[in-house]
Ligand binder design. Structure first.
Ligand SMILES: NC(=O)c1ccc[n+]([C@@H]2O[C@H](COP(=O)([O-])OP(=O)(O)OC[C@H]3O[C@@H](n4cnc5c(N)ncnc54)[C@H](O)[C@@H]3O)[C@@H](O)[C@H]2O)c1
Length: 432
């Protein structure tokens, strides 16, 4: 089927945390959408009208789209060619070799190769290593002889929205479009013009660099206070007081707060620069700092409590950041594995994730160590600290790199923390 005979306006290939909200948003703006995913359970959930993950406002959006019947679903990537615009929102993990894993994108490209025709546009919304858009354009030119930018259009339009803010940011964040050849940029701008966000045209590689470097900036921004937290422990200093000294009334301050820094984007996107870096190892070191925070917290606890073997440890939060149900690439999992290797009895509570966890009360009862792994809003309330003091063991140590209750102690006993609580604690901002 050629785009002139198309029965849909846009196809979204990969109905994950990026693709599904985008497909629903296109449909909500009146476009006829084909949603493609090779996971039957994912398709079944959408068909049944149930969002398979939390994303603010999207259940209501799915309800509306269901009623409008503007979204059709398929397991076959080739069905995407029913639409003029094909948006790829597949996962792009990193191999442990510090190299982009493009297998899903390559597989979708091969499925599309035979069905693409003049007038189609292929938009890479996934996060990709510099040069990938030109590779995709070259692949289509090589195997099908298309003139990219003249008869078939290829562009990178990176997803820059933070989890939980999709519907707010789709209409506000500048939409970067890096089109290949003469007309790809304007073709793709027509599609994204259904949203209210300003469109910024650039080259494909600049779009790729802008996306990954925004995440590298964020990853590095959080590595610095995490390294400072470790430095402070060595010098018996208080990291929150040092951060306050750096930032207070100082125009060149601005260091962030410590915490567990990971998640499916930050943890791997740096690798897309590191794989051919001019300063090999620099970003790897940033990653190592963030990756060593769970071990730092565990060792700090052991220094204060001694062996953790056969002692109950409550881990609060499995998600990779506050107030999300996304636990992919969360450092909480690493922390739990490390605790288990100490033969600790680990009890986990998270009110957001779909993985079953024990109740807040059951996690705390008799715990000798409580680690706040994700700073969910529920944990930042004073009553959460009160519950820890009430239910955990009398000399329970609390590890809170987030400064959830404004007590400004990474390691403190629950009794001390309750006494230190300011009248009006200022919980730290959620990271994401
Ligand atoms: N999650 C975020 O917050 C976020 C933000 C910005 C950018 N990104 C980037 O967007 C991309 C997608 O991320 P995500 O979190 O939505 O990933 P995801 O894993 O949630 O979604 C990918 C979807 O593609 C499906 N899939 C895999 N292979 C397929 C195939 N061959 N054919 C059809 N469907 C297939 C999977 O079943 C899954 O539903 C990645 O490059 C990621 O780095 C993600």
């Amino acid at each position: 089927m050629t785009p002139s005979q198309s029965t849909a306006d846009v196809a979204v290939v990969g109905l994950g945390r990026v693709g599904l909200p985008l497909a629903l948003s296109f449909a909500d703006r009146g476009l006829r959408v084909v949603g493609v995913d090779n996971d039957p359970a994912r398709l079944e959930a959408v068909r049944a009208g149930t969002m398979p993950f939390q994303e603010t406002g999207t259940q209501e959006l799915l309800d509306r789209v269901h009623a409008s019947a503007r979204l059709s679903l398929s397991e076959r990537v080739a069905d995407a060619a029913r639409a003029r615009h094909i948006v790829i929102t597949l996962g792009t993990p990193s191999f442990s070799h510090i190299e982009i894993d493009m297998r899903d994108i390559r597989s979708a490209l091969d499925d599309l190769l035979g069905v693409l025709s003049t007038g189609h546009s292929l938009i890479l919304r996934s996060t990709i290593a510099p040069g990938t858009t030109e590779f995709v354009a070259g692949y289509l030119a090589k195997h099908r002889g298309f003139q990219i930018g003249e008869d078939v259009f290829v562009a990178h339009a990176p997803e820059r929205i933070a989890a939980g803010r999709f519907l707010a940011e789709i209409d506000t964040l500048p939409c970067i479009i890096g089109g290949v050849g003469a007309r790809s940029g304007e073709e793709v701008a027509e599609l994204f013009g259904v949203f209210d966000a300003p469109i910024v045209q650039t080259t494909p590689v600049q779009a790729e660099l802008a996306k990954i470097w925004a995440n590298i900036l964020r990853y590095t921004t959080f590595a610095l206070p995490n390294l400072l937290m470790m430095d402070c422990e060595r010098h018996a200093a208080n990291v929150f007081e040092v951060i306050d000294l750096i930032n207070r009334d100082y125009p060149r301050g601005g260091i962030a707060q410590p915490g567990l820094t990971a998640g499916t984007c930050l943890r791997k996107d740096f690798a897309f620069s590191e794989e051919r870096s001019a300063a090999p190892g620099m970003l790897l070191a940033v990653s190592r700092v963030n990756e060593s925070v769970p071990l730092f917290l565990l060792e700090g606890a052991k220094r204060r409590l001694g062996s953790l073997a056969n002692r109950k440890v409550a881990v609060l939060g499995l998600a990779f950041k506050a107030d999300t149900d996304d636990e992919r690439d969360s450092l909480a999992h690493k922390l739990i594995r490390l605790l288990e290797r100490e033969l600790a009895d680990v009890a986990v509570h998270d009110p957001h994730v779909s993985t079953p966890t024990v109740s807040f009360e059951d996690a705390l009862d008799g715990a000798e160590l409580v680690v706040v792994a994700a700073n969910h809003s529920e944990f930042r309330e004073q009553r959460a600290l009160a519950a820890i003091a009430e239910r955990a063991a009398p000399d329970c140590l609390v590890v809170d790199p987030w400064n959830c209750w404004g007590a400004a102690q990474v390691f403190a006993y629950a009794s001390e923390l309750v006494a230190l609580l300011p009248a009006h604690p200022t919980p730290r901002e959620a990271r994401g």
